[in-house]
Each structure stands twice: as structure tokens, then as C-alpha cells.
Ligand binder design. Structure first.
Ligand code: HH2
Length: 278
């Protein structure tokens, strides 16, 4: 099994690590550290050296209550970074909800479009599909509500079933828009309109989402759910994040989206060695 991402073909037989680059002033764990292209590109190169398999470049924070960013500003933040990194050893993903920027990022060399809004904006699927020869992959994430208000009392009857049904419906829509299944990644969206109990139920039930798209991604790194468990601030959640990435992979995730690549790499190497014992 492979994830086809532009001209890249990533094997899903071992867990993949997506390194996070937030080109934002206000991301919840690293806001302001990589706002200019130079430090963002240097950080990307460091994550590549640490063993990332793909990099996710975002120019708009999605933390609860984050202020929306204009198209011009988001473009100014992410396009120079994508242009500098695209065409290298690993695929570059763009984390955006804006169809225009999706198209521009793919034209600049991004080979995966990661949309926390699940491509529900008018023209979002078409915008990826229209970049005809790029063969870009997409990541469809589940979110209840929108970032500004999503943590105001999220409600589900059966969170795993409802998130699964949503992802399945979005995958059908993506395929109908011309995106092949082997280019579709799904993600239950930890922390996006979910209580602590919802997040833990999703982590435990992750295996139910494994075959909905071509690959399954989990993003737990430094999130509040880990802060609630450990009592630690975002930049001190590395150990908890590694533990969560291990659980996600054991429960079926093909890709983990993380800030701490080196630590995650080592932990997953141990898991892999352990699983290969006969
Ligand atoms: N989480 C964040 C952003 N994008 N994309 C996917 N597919 N899955 C996630 O879980 C996910 C995501 C939030 O993390 P981060 O980018 O570090 O923070 P911020 O949104 O504040 O920039």
C-alpha cells in the first residue's frame, strides 16, 4: 500500500512522520517562532534531518479562538516556504482551508493539501483536482463547528460512528470530484470540536477509520488533551506527544503529524523492531 502524493509514492507499510511547520504568530505551541521564511525554512531542514517523511506548512492557526487570516497574509507566509522546499527529497503539504491558496500552493510545488475544514468550502475539491497534472493528495479532517467556537460544548451521540460517517461521506465526494482513493488521507481531527472523552474515544477507536480513505493520519502532538492529562504547557508536552503517537500507530494510524520529529522517530523505531520479532 502506498500514498501517492504528487510524484512521491510513500509506503504505508511503516508509520510515516509528518513534521509541522507553523508560519504563524499565534499557533498554540510554537506561534511566532517561524513567522518569517528564513527561520521556517531552517526549521523545515532540521525536521528533515531528524527523519520527517513529509512536512506540513501552515499559515493560519486553527487553535480554539484563533483569529482568521486574510488570503494575502496567508499567501505571504506560506508560499515562499513551499517554493523553497518543494521538489526536494520529501513531499510538502500545505495546511489551508482556502481554495485559492490550495491551488496556488500546489502550483508552487505542494503535493498534499491538508484541510481541517474537510474541503467543505465552495470549490475546495475542484481547486485541488483542477491542478490537472499535479496529482496532489488531500487530507480530509473532521471538525465539528469552526475554530472560533468549536470547543463550546461539542456534542455527539456516538463520536466514533459520527466522525467515521462524516469522513466516509467526504471521501465519496472527493472521489466524485476526481481524486483517486490512493491520494486521500483521512483524519478524525483530535481537539477540533471534541471534549476530552471524545478525543480519547477517537484514539481508542482509530482502527475504525483505517480503511475509509487511502491512509489514516492522527494529529495529537502537544494538544490540550495531553495538557489535561499531564498538567503541562504545550512546549513541555513532548513525552506525552510521543506516547500518543505510539498509541495512534498501534491503533492503526499510517501517518502521525508531530512537532517533535526526532523523538517520535526513535519511539516508532522501537515499536517497529518490537513488532518484527517473531
Ligand atoms: N492539527 C492542527 C492543525 N492542522 N491538520 C490535520 N490534518 N490534523 C490535525 O490534527 C491538525 C491539523 C493544530 O496543530 P498546530 O498546527 O500545531 O497548531 P495551530 O493550528 O495553532 O497552528
Amino acid at each position: 500500500m502506498f500514498l501517492h502524493c504528487g510524484s512521491y509514492k510513500l509506503p504505508l507499510s511503516r508509520p510515516l512522520i509528518m513534521g509541522v511547520i507553523n508560519v504563524t504568530p499565534d499557533s498554540f505551541s510554537d506561534g511566532g517562532k517561524f513567522l518569517e521564511p528564513k527561520p521556517a525554512i531552517a526549521h523545515a531542514k532540521a525536521l528533515i534531518a531528524e527523519g520527517a517523511d513529509l512536512l506540513d506548512i501552515g499559515g493560519e492557526s486553527t487553535r480554539p479562538g484563533a483569529a482568521p487570516v486574510s488570503l494575502e497574509e496567508e499567501r505571504r507566509r506560506v508560499l515562499p516556504v513551499i517554493e523553497a522546499l518543494a521538489g526536494g527529497a520529501l513531499p510538502i503539504s500545505v495546511d489551508t482551508q482556502k481554495p485559492v491558496l490550495m491551488r496556488e500552493a500546489v502550483a508552487a510545488g505542494a503535493s498534499l493539501v491538508n484541510d481541517v475544514y474537510g474541503f467543505r468550502a465552495e470549490g475546495a475539491f475542484e481547486s485541488v483536482a483542477s491542478v490537472a497534472s499535479s496529482g496532489a493528495a488531500i487530507c480530509i479532517m473532521h471538525m465539528q463547528g469552526e475554530p472560533r467556537t468549536m470547543q463550546h460544548d461539542p456534542q455527539y451521540v456516538d463520536v466514533v460512528a459520527e466522525v467515521g460517517a462524516y469522513l466516509a461521506e467526504r471521501v465519496r465526494a472527493a472521489i466524485a470530484a476526481g481524486i483517486a482513493r490512493e491520494r486521500i488521507v483521512v483524519d478524525p481531527g483530535f481537539g477540533f470540536g471534541k471534549t476530552q472523552a471524545h478525543n480519547l474515544a477517537l484514539l481508542r477507536g482509530l482502527g475504525r477509520f483505517k480503511d475509509i480513505g487511502g491512509a489514516l493520519l492522527a494529529g495529537l502532538s502537544r494538544k490540550t488533551l495531553l495538557g489535561r492529562i499531564t498538567g503541562r504547557e504545550p512546549d513541555a508536552r513532548e513525552f506525552a506527544s510521543v506516547a500518543a503517537a505510539m498509541l495512534a500507530v498501534q491503533n492503526g494510524a499510517h501517518i502521525v503529524r508531530v512537532h517533535d520529529v526526532a523523538a517520535t522517530r526513535d519511539a516508532l523505531a522501537v515499536l517497529r523492531a518490537y513488532e518484527q520479532i517473531d
